[in-house]
Design a protein around this ligand. Structure first.
Ligand code: ADP
Ligand code: ZN
Length: 668
């Protein structure tokens, strides 16, 4: 036997579990759907009181040539049968007694199909069934089915308890079917249920059974496991048809699943990406929870990570994050943006767009709903003028849809913004986007990893650190562009990509810093490092000089910082400027002038000390951000902040003067 033959045997599908009940259900469906089907049953226990044998007996006289049941219904029948078979005695109880049962389907799509299968297959044919929404007539009805897909507002635990009580009293069989029963079925139904079933996921043997039911033959080739994992019951209808061979069905199914754009297409998985810090941990936790949730091991309210607000400058990869996360979690991504919503020319259109996208996410559940440019919905507290009413309605509609975290089982919402300060506080409240993570611009090491990611297998042995250092301040999007342009340059030169091509792109023809400027930058950064080290509070994460200037990185202030700590951070921030004054006689514009400069950070902390941390001259107080800078609107604030910054500058100068020798040796 050749090697390839051995492998072929090894991967050939294992024999499926007997699935006797599933086969019986498929036969019954074939009959009730009015199709003539070859019997799916080939064996029985031989015990005439066995409920499956009873089903068999019912069927024996109707068996003729095959046609078939629709693939989606067949799949739901197999899964429902498996869920029922997993509960010892339930097959019998459903036919002979009056149990109370709930079935979790996880997705709204399966609710009506499960309802149909239960009515047609699990219950004796002579029962009088009434489905919720129709008038319950007792004692005529002996089965009460509550099927709720969670897409209607009335699908809540508070609704329908009266009917449940009446049905219980009349000793009717009660069956509740919903994606996540705890949040959608009547509370009393949940409390009285003796069986809580969970529809299992489709696996290879279930798929084979469905293919057999549709085509009449068992497939001979294995199925790509990835295709099975991201398979949707709706795909089955498209791929599985009676006029196709079983193997042809599988091939079409694999092709179909691979093409689904919404489903984790070609891009990277979250595991492959760097630069996401805490967001990556959050996402990986969610991946694990999604897996448990899909498999029925946990319920929706046991999933911790259900809402996230991602902030960060453009190009740090917020959109790519959502895509990678959905790929890792193997769930669809529904991507939308506030700009899309606002594209409608009337308010009603915008409100409808919001409603539609949430409804769509609920239909695709479990899934990730990504909302970009969330700051496009203004903070209601900052609204003024003619548009207040208009914008308030939009903001309220978003809040209302976000609100019901329990009414959107399986839908994880991720909002993204470049301006987290503009986000309405209500959006961040518990149950909405209650976790906020800022994605920072990548540091040098991360940049090197991102270069590696986009280079794929090019330049496999190159040390990318020098390029990363030259690219300080760049985002992931910049890196992607550098790599693309460097590839283009190499291609036009008809040669393989070289490290220099990358460097040239990163520098984009910028001259390296002149000797004098480099010296000044070195002194400035040395000032930060010396002060930081002497103060002993901040771990210096890295110092570097790139083409655009220098950078000293320290770990951030965290929630446990005391007033001294905050002041030390200001001193350290000012120490760059102080070192320039000390060694060169004057500061340069390098320490200030920009939103992310030392001076701006220092001023910001000084402001927070006064207005937010309650460490300053104002004493314990918290003032939120209004539309205007508090420095110009809060009387006395400017003087307090100024005093603190001046003091920090003095302290820094003192520290550095005392340690001039260290600073000088650092300079060289
Ligand atoms: P944002 O949504 O934050 O503006 P995007 O997700 O649109 O950013 O990122 C744009 C491109 O930048 C992506 O296509 C991706 O290739 C690249 N990119 C951004 N961040 C990273 C990262 N951390 N790792 C790899 N690529 C990244
Ligand atoms: Zn500095």
């Amino acid at each position: 036997m050749s090697v390839s033959e051995v492998e072929a045997t090894a991967t050939r599908p294992k024999t499926a579990p007997a699935d006797l009940l599933a086969r019986a259900y498929l036969d019954i469906l074939a009959r009730t759907e009015g199709v003539h089907a070859k019997s799916m049953l080939r064996m029985g226990s031989g015990d005439p009181t066995d409920p499956v044998e009873e089903l068999l007996d019912d069927l024996m006289d109707t068996i003729e040539d095959r046609v078939s049941v629709r693939a989606d219904l067949a799949a739901v029948a197999v899964l429902t049968a498996r869920a029922i078979e997993a509960e010892p005695g339930l097959t019998r109880t459903l036919r002979r007694a009056a149990p109370v049962v709930t079935i979790a389907t996880h997705t709204p799509d399966h609710v009506s199909a499960v309802n149909k299968v239960i009515e047609a297959c699990a219950l004796p044919a002579d029962r009088s069934v009434v489905t919720s929404g129709h008038k319950l007539r007792l004692p005529d009805n002996d089965v009460f089915i509550v099927a709720r897909d969670g897409t209607d507002k009335s699908h809540k635990p508070d609704n329908g308890n009266d009917s449940v009580a009446a049905a219980l009293h009349a000793r009717a069989t009660i069956i509740g079917i919903a994606p996540d029963p705890r949040w959608q079925l009547p509370r009393d139904l949940m409390r009285s249920a003796e069986y809580h079933l969970v529809l299992p996921e489709i696996d290879e043997s279930a798929l084979f059974l469905v293919i057999e039911a549709v085509t009449g033959k068992r497939p001979q080739r294995p199925v790509d496991p990835a295709a099975i994992r991201s398979l949707d019951v709706a795909d089955l209808v498209l791929a599985l048809r009676p006029d196709r061979s079983p193997d042809d069905c599988i091939e079409r199914l694999e092709g179909l699943v691979a093409k689904k754009g919404e489903f984790h297409s070609d891009g990277p998985s979250l595991e492959d990406l760097d630069g996401y810090g805490e967001a990556k941990d959050w996402g990986l936790e969610l991946v694990a929870d999604f897996a448990d949730y899909k498999a029925g091991r946990i319920t929706w309210d046991e999933v911790d990570n259900r809402g996230l607000l991602l902030s960060g400058p453009p190009g740090v990869g917020k959109t790519s994050y959502a895509r990678a996360l959905s790929k890792s979690a193997r769930v669809p991504l529904v991507a939308t943006s506030v700009a899309d919503w606002n594209a409608a020319s009337y308010l009603s259109g915008t409100l409808q767009a919001i409603k539609d996208v949430f409804a769509r996410a609920r239909r695709l559940s479990p899934c990730i709903l990504f909302i970009d440019e969330l700051d496009g919905i203004s903070d209601r507290s900052r609204l003024s003028g003619d548009y207040v009413e208009y914008w308030s309605q939009i903001a309220n509609s978003l809040l209302e849809n976000l609100q019901g975290v329990d009414e959107r089982p399986g839908v994880v919402v991720i909002g993204a913004t470049n301006h987290p300060d503009k986000i309405d506080a209500a959006v961040k409240r518990a149950g909405r986007l209650d976790r906020e993570i800022a994605i920072e611009k990548p540091d040098a090491r991360t940049l090197a990893n991102i270069f590696r990611h986009h280079l794929r297998d090019q330049l496999p042995d190159a040390d990318l650190m020098p390029v990363a250092l030259a690219a300080r301040g760049a985002t992931g999007a910049d890196v992607e562009a550098y790599v693309r342009r460097a590839r283009g340059a190499a291609r036009r030169g008809r040669r393989a990509l070289q490290l220099d091509d990358l460097l040239a792109e990163v520098r984009s023809n910028r001259e390296p810093l002149s000797g004098d400027v480099r010296r000044r930058v070195a002194i400035h950064e040395a000032g930060h490092v010396v002060a930081g080290t002497l103060l002993g509070r901040m771990a210096v994460v890295g110092v570097s000089i790139g083409d655009r200037g220098g950078l000293t990185e320290v770990a951030d202030i965290d929630g446990s910082a005391d007033p001294d700590h905050c002041n030390d951070v200001i001193v350290m921030l000012m120490a760059g400027r102080a070192a320039e004054e000390l060694m060169l006689g004057s500061p340069s514009t390098g320490a200030g002038g920009e939103p992310h400069s030392d001076l701006s950070h220092a001023t910001d902390i000084a402001k927070k000390i006064e207005l937010k941390f309650g460490f300053g001259d104002f004493g314990p107080i918290y003032l939120g951000e209004g539309r205007h800078d508090p420095l110009t609107t809060v009387p006395g604030l400017l003087a307090c902040v100024k005093k603190r910054l001046d003091q920090a500058m003095l302290t820094a100068a003192e520290l550095l003067t005392k340690n001039r020798m260290v600073l000088i040796s650092a300079r060289n």
